[in-house]
Design a protein around this ligand. Structure first.
Ligand code: HEC
Ligand code: HEC
Length: 443
């Protein structure tokens, strides 16, 4: 918001240009070009932690300028010239997905993201489009760079194929629809666009949150006295005019470095991009599921049941003795998009929540372990999908990865057989009494 005001003023200063734009706007009847929204939720999180507000001209504006120089705009995306990026992002595909919905001169679809995804995932990929607030779970905020349903190890990026599968199949049991009817090059374009928004969002967060980037610049020297925090006031009051001027020059020089190729390529992009480049190497190799006759399957399911309720696998601590998803009753059970450090909400310190909601954050909702009796799997219901979920965990959702020292591959397959083939049909173990706190609606 602050940034928008600043930009707006800047635009008005260039009056002839502004009038020209306005007349074009009136003549064409087209709407204002779409703009990315700065991640002000991340900004405010840093402000609270540092007890100091970001300053427009020396922090917010340069961050927005860097992002635009590197990634372009929602209508005209760009790929920063960084080694290796061409293996992750394809600019022609981005052009197909970006911009307003329509067709190009060859009749090829354009603006696919705005046609199909934006009302849920938002123009900046913040997961806060106009439909988002009424959905549960909320649409993904790509800017955290985390994805739940993938073939790669815990903490790794999804592969291109993982994202493609999500977009083609949708996510059963959530509002995320299937886009199987789109042409395959359209799905490809959308996969690239999701990666682009994710990388852009991660770069943005890095610039905002990392201690070596914009977060800790001493911009108090540029601020009006009324904007200073108590600590800043103390420091500034002890400085002479001369010292303030020197410090201003230091900060200006630091900003020149932060905007330099050297910083952006070697520190920022290296940090963000390397994980995307490595994704394919982090795919979990799995031996195919052993062929089984009926008796062997029964044994496998029985062993899976034992494991499910055992201490080692610990599934029931979250999914419950009932497997209805009612084992986890901790008051502070939130996903990584909600809870700090990834998110914005500190359940032990909820009084700052209204400030974040005012900046566009969605109301926190408690994370719920899945009710496994429904047999509805967001990440796919093939045995290998469930194997990946158990072995890799579900990133961002507190469901842990089962390490090989704790569960062998055979044991994971036993759990897969139990969860998939026995649990949803398992009448006898259905509890007669549900815990009252879990029968009432949560959120
Ligand atoms: C009606 C709302 C809606 C629309 C439209 C929608 N999504 Fe989603 N999407 C969701 C929801 C909700 C989730 C999160 C589900 C969850 O967390 O379990 C999600 C999650 C995702 C994920 C994350 C998958 C993961 O493994 O974490 C990707 C990628 C994605 N959507 C891409 C897209 C793309 C691309 C489009 C447009 C072609 C699109 N979505 C359209 C609601 C939507
Ligand atoms: C710390 C809590 C926790 C533990 C322990 C845990 N889970 Fe989960 N599990 C969750 C949560 C939370 C979800 C829902 C994640 C989401 O989609 O946001 C989930 C989802 C699932 C899903 C659904 C996947 C899908 O595609 O929708 C399966 C299957 C599952 N868990 C199986 C297991 C098994 C088997 C174990 C034991 C090896 C286990 N879980 C241990 C928290 C846990």
């Amino acid at each position: 918001m602050i940034l928008q005001t600043v930009k707006h003023n800047r635009l008005l200063l260039r009056v002839p240009g502004f009038l020209f734009c306005m007349s074009l706007f009136l003549l064409s009847g087209c709407s204002e070009p779409a703009q990315y929204r700065l991640n002000l939720v991340a900004v405010h999180k840093v402000e609270l932690a540092n007890d100091s507000s970001f300053e427009s001209e020396h922090q917010l504006e340069p961050i927005a300028d860097i992002l635009e120089a590197m990634f372009g705009t929602p209508d005209l995306p760009q790929i920063p010239p960084v080694p290796g990026i061409e293996d992750v992002l394809d600019i022609d595909k981005l052009y197909m997905a970006a911009g307003p919905y329509g067709t190009d001169e060859h009749g090829k679809a354009q603006g696919l993201y705005r046609q199909h995804c934006v009302h849920c995932h938002g123009i900046s990929g913040d997961g806060a489009g106009p439909t988002a607030a009424i959905l549960n779970p909320y649409p993904r905020d790509y800017r955290l760079g985390k994805f739940k349903f993938k073939s790669t190890a815990s903490g790794s990026k999804p592969t291109h194929g993982d994202l493609k599968k999500t977009i083609e199949n949708g996510m059963t049991g959530t509002a995320m629809p299937s886009f199987k009817l789109l042409d395959s090059d359209e799905v490809e374009a959308l996969v690239h666009y999701v990666k682009y928004l994710s990388i852009r969002g991660e770069v943005e967060r890095y610039l905002i949150e990392d201690g070596d980037q914009f977060a800790e610049l001493f911009t108090a020297v540029f601020k009006d006295h009324s904007q200073l925090s108590d600590d800043e006031k103390e420091e500034i009051d002890e400085m002479s005019t001369e010292e303030i001027k020197e410090e201003q020059e230091t900060v200006d020089a630091e900003i020149v470095y932060l905007k330099s190729q050297e910083n952006l390529v070697e520190n920022v992009m290296e940090f963000v991009l390397s994980k995307w480049i490595e994704a394919d190497d982090n795919v979990l190799e799995i031996k195919p599921k052993p062929e089984m006759n009926l008796k062997e399957l029964e044994e496998s399911m029985a062993n899976g049941r034992k494991l499910f309720f055992s201490k080692d696998a610990a599934c029931s601590t979250c999914h419950g003795d009932t497997a209805l998803g009612d084992g986890q009753t901790a008051a502070d059970f939130y996903d990584d998009w909600t809870e700090i450090p990834g998110g914005f909400y500190d359940p032990k310190n909820p009084e700052s929540l209204p400030e974040f909601l005012a900046l566009g954050a969605l109301e926190p909702r408690k994370l719920r372990p899945r009710n496994l009796r429904q047999g509805v799997y967001r990440g796919g219901r093939r045995p290998i999908d469930i194997f990946w979920r158990i072995r890799n965990g579900i990133d961002g959702s507190k469901m842990p990865a089962a390490k090989e020292v704790a569960l062998t591959d055979e044991e994971v397959w036993n759990l897969v057989d139990f969860v998939r083939s026995a649990l949803p049909y398992d009448q006898l173990s259905r509890p007669l009494v549900h815990k009252p706190e879990n029968t009432k609606e949560i959120n």
